[in-house]
Design a protein around this ligand. Structure first.
Ligand SMILES: [Zn+2]
Length: 49
């Protein structure tokens, strides 16, 4: 691990995207849930990750 890497910012996406189980399209990501813009399917994100 290089010292130069210290202080470097990076974005980490744990659940950046989720596929709709009905349509197979990528669902929209919200603060606490995912929602499909095609069929309206909504799935809550898991807590305590
Ligand atoms: Zn859908």
């Amino acid at each position: 691990m290089a010292k130069d890497a210290k202080g470097k910012k990076g974005f980490v996406f744990k659940e950046a995207e989720k596929m709709c189980p009905k349509c197979g399209v990528r669902m929209g990501s919200h603060a606490d849930r995912f929602s499909c813009g095609k069929c309206g399917y909504t799935e809550m994100k898991k807590k305590g990750a």
